[in-house]
Design a protein around this ligand. Structure first.
Ligand SMILES: Cc1ncc(COP(=O)(O)O)c(C=O)c1O
Length: 394
């Protein structure tokens, strides 16, 4: 019998792996799971994913493809049919003409970030993101050996061209990645601010990446795509949020022409292609607006409930809840330790929320993110439980 050699020395790990922070929210997540197992009626307002399944037309297309049997690789940039459907979506929803040749289908927007960063930046380049912001931005940039500059959006709720100019003036930036509507705040950029940001980035030679994953979940105005202002912006989007397809791992990029071939080459080696079944299913997603808008209407009801309740509970909003499905609020009237606060809140009320430290390493100990993907009655119940709890403690 062969024995497997083992050494007393642990396997040598890369320094880069150590740069990736864990999601602290996962601690709350695990605690919520344990509480649920112990019979607690947990209301989870922690996760950023829709409670609803993918729309019927999407599921039917997937079932039909799976029944047919064979699933294959596709072109690295995706099936022509899906690239055309996405291009059509830009015409229908934004009035913007985008050639299907500039569209790359990806395994969720997460793969889009890797492809954009690897095609645009070299090791050591400096890339700006917003603070607070989606934590994976910082983690992916760091693990790829890029220098991360975080720009606070506390003042306006969104990134301004002036703050970009100021940060670039101190030490030059190669790129900027931002989202509107944003996670964790839900804040959206006004059209003029977005146009100005696109112009200033072009003037300063900064590559702009616009994460538009929360489009179609804007409650205060129309969606504005950065693609409307320039063909040189990289747009990243996904079927995960409005389309309720998180687990299907499918998204897309709109690329400047000179980036199409580099992204294709990197994608061929990193992923080969996005899953064929998800691509075929996603072709139907743009036809399911009625079903998806009914879900969006529920988010709107929950949003109004939360927007009214949280400030009354002494948890003022840190940014306007324009879109996505999040409320980001200030807990400093009660605590300066968001992790401990979230843990106690879960233990004493059964309500789970995400701690701010995942989104903001500097100020996040004073904030929590509540998501409102849950049904409105559950959101209302959560707000009632918090009211009782916070009043009892004051
Ligand atoms: C702002 C933002 N971008 C990207 C993602 C990743 O989404 P996916 O990889 O499912 O498309 C998320 C997920 O929560 C997000 O909040």
């Amino acid at each position: 019998m062969r024995t497997v050699a083992s050494s007393s020395d642990p396997l040598h790990l890369s320094r880069r792996a150590g740069l990736v922070e864990p999601f602290h929210a996962m601690d709350v997540f695990a605690a919520a799971g344990r509480a649920r197992q112990a019979g607690v009626d947990v209301i989870s307002l922690a996760v950023g994913q829709p409670a609803d399944p993918a729309p019927r037309g999407v599921r039917e297309a997937a079932i039909s493809k799976a029944t047919e049997g064979r699933l294959s690789y596709t072109n690295a940039l995706g099936l022509d049919e899906l690239r055309q459907a996405i291009a059509q979506h830009y015409r229908d929803s934004y009035g913007v003409v985008v050639s299907p040749a500039r569209i790359a289908v990806t395994s969720g927007s997460s793969a889009g970030f890797n492809l954009a960063f690897l095609s645009l930046f070299d090791h050591g380049d400096r890339v700006a993101i917003t603070r607070p912001g989606y934590p994976a931005y910082r983690n992916i940039l760091s693990v790829l050996g890029l220098e991360v500059e975080e720009i606070s959006t506390a003042e306006t709720g969104y990134l301004t061209a002036d703050s970009l100019r100021e940060v670039h003036g101190r030490k030059s930036l190669k790129g900027l990645l931002f989202a509107s509507p944003a996670n964790p705040t839900g804040a959206s950029m006004p059209e003029e601010a977005l146009r100005e940001l696109v112009d200033v980035a072009a003037e300063l030679g900064i590559a702009l990446i616009s994460d538009e994953i929360y489009h179609r979940l804007n409650y205060t105005g129309p969606d504005i795509t950065a693609a409307a202002f320039s063909d040189d912006v990289v747009i990243i989007n996904s079927f995960s949020k409005y389309y309720c397809m998180t687990g299907w791992r499918i998204g897309w990029m709109v690329l400047p022409e000179n980036l199409v071939r580099p992204v294709e080459r990197v994608a061929q080696s990193l992923y080969i292609s996005a899953p064929e079944i998800s691509q075929i299913a996603a072709c139907q997603a743009f036809q399911c607006t009625e079903e998806l808008d009914a879900i969006r209407l529920r988010y709107q009801q929950s949003r109004e409930l939360m927007m009214d309740a949280l400030p009354r509970l002494g948890l003022p909003l840190l940014a306007p809840m324009d879109g996505a499905f999040y409320a980001y609020c200030d807990i400093s009237a009660y605590s300066e330790d968001s992790q401990a606060f979230a843990r106690t809140m879960l233990e004493q009320t059964g309500v789970a929320a995400s701690t701010g430290i995942d989104f903001d390493p500097i100020e996040g100990h004073k904030s929590l993110r509540f998501s409102y993907c849950e049904k409105p009655e559950r959101v209302a119940e959560a707000m009632e439980r918090l009211k009782e709890w916070l009043n009892a403690g004051s």
